[in-house]
Design a binder for this molecule. Structure first.
Ligand SMILES: Cc1ncc(C[n+]2csc(CCOP(=O)(O)OP(=O)(O)O)c2C)c(N)n1
Length: 369
């Protein structure tokens, strides 16, 4: 195993001065160390991480991006149309979720796990697979330097158990509600609704608190729960649609908010569980300062926007807006971390989640508008 300290020291030794990315648990250690530096800027999505790195490079600062292979989809455009077209080299570390054996990982990583290396090959992007030994990192970074000299990017692919974690004390949070309490409070208001929940711990928490065929647990597709909700809300105006989102996921594809605010479906409620962090990948911070969700919602065009900080406030506000036309945005401020809820896939395959959701959605509902 390569220690996170060695990993970062090696990048320092080679003169890297700017870092960005979106976390993956395979790279938890380096993220924990980089987070403590001014030179690391957490990005809302991998494409922005890459374009920021390219901007740093254009100014003469060597830059590196750390990402999960699910994020390749977000960064391929700037990697090709910016990095390759303008010959701006960037060093990328991309984790290999779902590889080499798809069965060893969550099913939503299977397709990208199998395709990651082929995608890079078909684009002609130089890459190498990191092995859990310090010499391997040195050899790949030497190759990256040779590519850089030709003004080409290089991708270091990082399989599971290659880079170590490290203990960094989590910053204290001032929130007075846990994720579990927030989900319990909102779960009382989901009856009859079609519910889309976001990737990671939030879907798992909802599954643990209130499993229901009318819940669609969207693992993967980070940032796209609101798109699912909007598509259903617009095409099925008699259904009540609730999206249970995370702050990291919303910010990843924030354009969805603008579209909700523009189309204004009265039947859509967007709940954002804001813990200021990417809890599902190890609790890395999402933002330095809290988002003003209420103002953001109103500016985007939602009919109401509100921040709730306690289960009681959440319960009262959700009861209050239940019969008012939306779209509504409610941000629930919670603390980081919490107990690890069960995986949805311990009970249902993704295809089962989809099939039972579709069947339930087709039934005459009890609580429809
Ligand atoms: C495109 C993409 N990049 C990165 C990831 C890895 N990932 C899975 S869950 C998650 C964190 C989600 O954060 P948030 O929405 O704030 O919810 P939380 O985990 O804090 O509950 C990340 C970064 C991913 N699934 N997809």
């Amino acid at each position: 195993m390569i220690s996170a300290e060695f990993f970062c020291a090696e990048l320092d030794r080679r003169g890297f001065g700017f870092f960005s990315g979106v976390p993956c648990s395979f790279l938890k250690g380096p993220f924990a160390l980089l987070e403590q530096r001014e030179s690391y800027v957490p990005a809302p999505n991998e494409g922005i991480a890459l374009s920021m790195a390219a901007g740093a490079e254009l100014g003469g600062t060597k830059a590196a991006v750390l990402a999960q292979n699910s994020g390749l989809g977000n960064l391929l455009d700037p990697l090709t149309s910016l990095g390759m077209a303008y010959e701006i080299p960037v060093l990328l570390f991309v984790s290999l979720r779902g590889w080499p054996n798809a069965e060893d990982d969550e099913p939503h990583h299977a397709a990208m796990g199998a395709a990651t290396i082929g995608v890079l090959e078909s684009l002609g992007v130089a890459h190498g697979i990191l092995e859990p030994a310090q010499e391997s990192l040195g050899a790949l970074l030497d190759r990256a330097e040779r590519e850089r000299a030709r003004r080409r990017s290089f991708v270091v692919l990082v399989p599971a158990d290659t880079v170590g974690t490290c203990a960094v004390p989590a910053p204290a949070t001032e929130a007075s509600m846990t994720r579990g309490e927030a989900v319990e409070a909102l779960a009382g208001h989901l009856s009859g609704a079609l519910v889309y929940s976001t990737t990671g711990m939030i879907s798992r928490e909802l599954f643990g608190v209130r499993d229901d065929p009318r819940n669609f647990y969207m693992q993967g597709s980070m940032g796209h729960a609101v798109g699912l909700g909007l598509g259903t809300a617009l095409t099925h105006p008699r259904e009540r649609v609730v999206v249970v989102d995370g702050d990291g996921a919303v910010v990843m594809h924030m354009g969805g908010l603008a579209l909700v605010g523009e189309r204004r479906p009265a039947n859509l409620t967007h709940l954002v569980i804001d813990n200021g962090s990417y809890d599902s990948t190890g609790g890395q911070r999402t933002r330095e300062r809290a988002m003003r969700w209420d103002e953001l919602a109103l500016a985007a065009g939602y009919r109401t926007g509100r921040i709730c900080r306690t289960p009681k406030e959440t319960d009262a506000h959700l009861a209050e807006i239940a019969d008012q036309p939306g779209p509504h945005l409610v941000a629930l401020i919670v603390g980081r971390g919490g107990a690890t809820p069960p995986r949805v896939t311990s009970a249902h395959t993704n295809a089962e989640v989809r099939a039972r959701f579709q069947a339930a959605a087709a039934e005459p509902a009890k609580g429809r508008r």
